[in-house]
Design a protein around this ligand. Sequence first.
Ligand code: HEM
Length: 389
Amino acid sequence: MSDTDAVPFLLRGPGKPFPPPEYAQMRRRDGLARAVLPSGTPVWLVTRHEDVRAALTDPRISSDPTHDGFPRPAKTVGVPSAQEVPGWFVALDPPEHDRFRKALIPEFTVRRIRELRPAIQAIVDASVDAMLAKGNSADLVEDFALSVPSLVISMLLGVPAVDRDFFEAKTKVLVTISASDEERAKASEHLLRYVNRLIMLRTKRPGDDLLSRLIANGVLSVEELSGVAMLLLIAGHETTANNIALGAVTLLTNPEWIGDDRVVEELLRLHSVADIVALRVAVEDVEIGGQLIKAGEGIVPLVAAANHDENQFGCPAHFDPSRSARQHVAFGYGVHQCLGQNLVRVEMELAYKTLFARVPGLRLGVPVEELPFKYDGVLYGLHALPVRW
Ligand code: HEM
C-alpha cells in the first residue's frame, strides 16, 4: 500500500455518523490503512477487533513517545513522555510501567470502588440537586456529565471542590486538538504546578485519599506522584463525561432500556469516545493482520473501529444492551487497559439510575441532529446537551 492512498487521520466531521463510515470500508478492505497526521507524518490505522487487540499486546509495539515515529496528532497533544512528565506512566512500556500500575491497582479494584459507592451516590445526588435548582432546563454536559466525574476524581485525589473550575479549564485545553502547542504547554505547566502544591499539602497534612496513601507508601517519588496525579485528573474526567452525555442521548432516544443494568457495557462499546487515545509505535518490524509494519512506523489502534467490527458485534451500530458487549476495547487492551474502568462503570450506573429516577420528565431540548457533537477533540463527545424536564 502506498502513501498516496493515505486518508486523513481524523475522519470525524460535522454531519457524519460516528464512528466514521470509512472505518467499515477499511475493515472490509485490508484491516490496516495508511493515514496522515496533520503534520504530514504517515501512520497505520488499525480497524479490526482482533488486530487492535494484537497491536495493543505486542511487545514490539511501544507506548513511549520518545521513540522515533511515535504518532503525535499535534506536537504535544495529550501525550507527553515520562521524561517530560515523570509519572506519566501511560507513556511507559514494561518493565518501567509495572511499578506504577502495581502502586495504583489497589485504589481501583472492584472491591475498593464498591466501598466508594455511597460517596459516588452522594455526588450524583448533589449534581442532580444543583441541576434541578436551575428550573426546568439545563446543559446536561456542564451541569451533570462533567460535574459527576470531576467531583469523583477530586474526592479520590483529595482535590478541594473549589479548585474544580481551574482543573476543568486546563484539562479542556489539553484534549482539544485545535489548541496551539503553546496553549497546551501552558495548561500542562499550570496543572503540574497545582498538583505539586497539593502533594506538598498532603505530605504535611495527610487525609483519607489516594494521594496521601501513595505518599505514605513511598514507592513513588514526589515528582512521579505529580505526574500520576495529573494523569488521573486528565484521564478520568472528560472521558467519563463524554460517555455519560452520549449515553444519556442514547437512553432518551431508546427509553425502553432505561433502568436496565446491561446498558453501561453496551454504551461504552457503542460510543467508544477514546477512539484515538491509544497511540503506539513499532520498535521492531512486526506483522499485524497480515500487514508488515516497519520499525519506526506509527500505529493508531482505533478502538471505535474495533468496537464496531461486524465480525465481533453483529449490527454494531444498533444499541442492544442484551448482546454480550464485554469483549469491547473501549478501555483499550493489554497492560495499559484503563485503570479507572471499575470506577467508570459505577459512575455511569449510578448516574443513569439516579438521573432518570429523579427527573422522570427528562427530554432533549433540541433534536438529535442539532446537537453539537465534538469533532475536534482527542475524545469524541458532546460540547453541550440541552435538556428540559
Ligand atoms: C488508560 C479509556 C476513564 C485512568 C485508558 C486507555 C483507554 C481509556 C482507551 C488506554 C490507553 C492506552 O492504551 O494507551 C477510558 C474511557 C474512560 C476512562 C473510555 C471513561 C469512560 C478513566 C478514569 C480513570 C482513568 C475514570 C481514573 C480515575 C486511566 C489511566 C490509564 C488509562 C491511569 C493509563 C493506564 C496505564 O497506562 O496503565 N483509558 N478511560 N480512565 N485510563 Fe482510562
